[in-house]
Write a protein that binds this ligand. Structure first.
Ligand code: HEM
Length: 541
């Protein structure tokens, strides 16, 4: 649904992992005469620059010479332009990543007007870059997000903040939700949402003539993910899985629709230079309107909880609660920072989770023997009919493997990005400080070098044989790595694990004849290119 498109765009845009956004951004900026290359943070001379300190006598002779960016291979601006504007490259960014990897190698550059992006498509080089990150790694292309916040006097949240501001908020939030045991306490809340998901599956399948099919799984998982993440962030239910969705929630969904339904609209909002806005006002206006809607929704829920807390305190009662309550009571972040963070987290937590659940159930349906193996693991471990909690998940390695393998084959963010904060030498090339990097996670996930039989769906490849056997692999890091990685990872995993366990316990999931072979497309995030319709057949006890 269109909502998904909204989210996806801004999400990826915010991570700067979306080369699509960046590329269009750069092209438009290139047209923007007042935007000098210096203003964009990369000087044209940067391509030639080699730091004196890196050239030592030892480099001349035995050691391979450190090469300049000028020597780095890559597609030309013209071929990029043709690829994206004539050949609909925008929806094939993941495939283009693979093609460029084959053609140009593990590290290559793309130039868009004055802007240069260095793509890294090798797991060891990705590891090198991420391991070398400083205390506050920098995301880019957040200007439009910041501009909106400045205009309305709002704070930035984790996605849009940089530097000290980001570090402060990150250190508060990482104490609260980064470890599995931090989020385990939300099991009961999430399980109530899973109850409603299962009820919804039962209702929806009665609406189809075969009594088994649920049409457009992503629509359902979207509602589940939104309800689940809101139960944790706002400590309340939104009614997304009800027959009649409350107006307030519908308004929020509308705001998201507005932001993302038109992928290009959102993209242009950030990419169109300010001076062009009077000529093309719609994208920026819609962008602001949708942010107004998203913030409004957070304000309603945060203020409601704040009023409840105040009333409880006035009555001398002990205040108990979850994440939001904790943030409001401890005041480690200002109220504006809390508004901004819950807004950005809700935005970040819906499409990502729902696409992954859609792919996971599609893969289960396409591989009945694997589904059966997972079902056997679940029933043997939990016993029939047990409702799992977070504490059970470590005993279900195939469920964890299912999520990891799904994200390896379909990483929601097919690429991620950074602005380098120091001079680096990567893959034999000198990369000056301030260069934009694109980390090509989709291509590294599907490299044979990273994973044997990389195209096969094998959840068991993630199972450790013993405690020394680590299957961590920079080839697949769907939540990113290190200090700037996904703060919502444990929440997302909890929601996905608990939903998948319950669906597998209750139903045999099959592909509906209405579903063709579903491919991925990039629409900001990596998403199913066609609706996924699945059959849910009650298992016999
Ligand atoms: C399958 C689900 C998800 C995936 C695959 C995913 C993936 C990612 C990735 C790749 C990043 C960028 C990391 C980097 O730049 O290194 C990110 C950042 C982020 N994600 Fe997620 N995410 C998911 C779910 C969630 C959820 C449920 C939430 C909120 C509850 C969330 C909140 C965030 C936030 C706030 C950031 C920015 C972190 C920062 O800059 O400090 N994500 N996510």
């Amino acid at each position: 649904m269109a909502f998904l498109n909204h989210f996806r765009t801004a999400y990826l845009k915010s991570f700067q992992g979306d080369r699509l956004n960046k590329q269009l951004f750069f092209i438009l900026r290139a047209l923007h005469k007042s935007a000098s290359s210096e203003a964009l943070g990369i000087s044209a001379a940067g391509e030639e620059a080699i730091p004196q300190k890196l050239i030592t006598p030892a480099d001349v002779g035995e050691k391979p010479r450190v090469k300049t960016l000028k020597e780095m291979p890559g597609p030309s601006t013209l071929s990029n332009f043709i690829e994206f504007f004539w050949r609909d490259g925008f929806s094939r960014i993941h495939e283009i990543q693979m093609e460029h990897r084959k053609k140009y190698g593990k590290i290559f550059k793309s130039r868009f007007g004055p802007q240069l992006v260095v793509s890294i498509a090798d797991r060891d080089l990705v590891a090198q870059v991420l391991r070398a990150e400083c205390m506050a790694p920098q995301r880019a292309n957040m200007e439009s997000w910041k501009e909106y916040r400045d205009m309305r006097g709002r704070s930035t949240g984790l996605i849009s903040a940089e530097g000290e501001e980001w570090l402060k908020m990150r250190s508060v939030l990482r104490q609260l939700i980064m470890r599995p045991r931090d989020v385990a306490v939300f099991s009961d809340d999430v399980n109530k949402v899973v109850d409603d998901l299962i009820k919804r599956v039962c209702i929806l399948r009665t609406q189809e003539s075969d009594g088994a099919t649920v049409l457009n799984m992503n629509d359902l998982f979207f509602k589940y993910a939104m309800e689940g993440v809101a139960a944790i962030l706002y400590e309340c239910r939104l009614g997304c899985l009800e027959n009649d969705i409350p107006q307030e929630t519908q308004d929020y969904i509308h705001a998201l629709h507005l932001m993302f339904s038109s992928f290009k609209t959102t993209m242009y909002a950030g990419a169109i230079p300010k001076w062009l806005r009077p000529v093309i006002p719609k994208p920026w206006e819609e962008f602001c309107l949708s942010w107004d809607g998203l913030f409004k929704f957070s304000l309603i829920h945060v203020d409601k909880r704040l009023a409840e807390i105040k009333a409880q305190l006035e009555r001398g009662e002990e205040v108990k609660g979850g994440l939001l309550t904790h943030m409001l009571i401890t005041k480690e972040m200002s109220l504006e920072e809390i508004y901004a963070n819950v807004t950005e987290m809700l935005l970040a937590g819906v499409d990502t989770t729902s696409f992954t659940l859609s792919w996971a159930s599609y893969l289960l349906a396409r591989h009945p023997h694997i589904q059966q193996k997972i079902f056997t693991e679940v029933t043997r471990t939990l016993g029939p009919g047990t409702v799992a909690t977070a504490d059970d998940v470590p005993r279900l390695p195939l469920i964890r493997g299912l999520v990891k393998e799904t994200l390896r084959l379909f990483p929601v963010l097919p690429g991620n990005g950074r602005i380098t904060q120091d001079d680096l030498v990567v893959g034999g090339y000198f990369i000056p400080k301030g260069t934009q990097l694109a980390l090509c996670h989709y291509s590294t996930s599907l490299e044979e070098e990273s994973f044997a039989d990389a195209l096969d769906f094998r959840p068991d490849r993630w199972i450790r044989k013993d405690s020394t056997d680590r299957v961590d692999n920079f080839g697949s890091i769907p939540f990113g790595y290190g200090i700037r990685s996904c703060i919502g990872r444990r929440i997302a995993e909890l929601e996905m694990h608990l939903a998948l366990i319950r669906l597998i316990q209750r139903f045999h999931i099959g592909v509906s004849p209405l579903t063709a072979d579903v491919k991925a497309k990039t629409h900001g995030l990596l998403c199913p290119a066609a609706p996924i319709h699945l059959q849910f057949i009650e298992r016999e006890n």
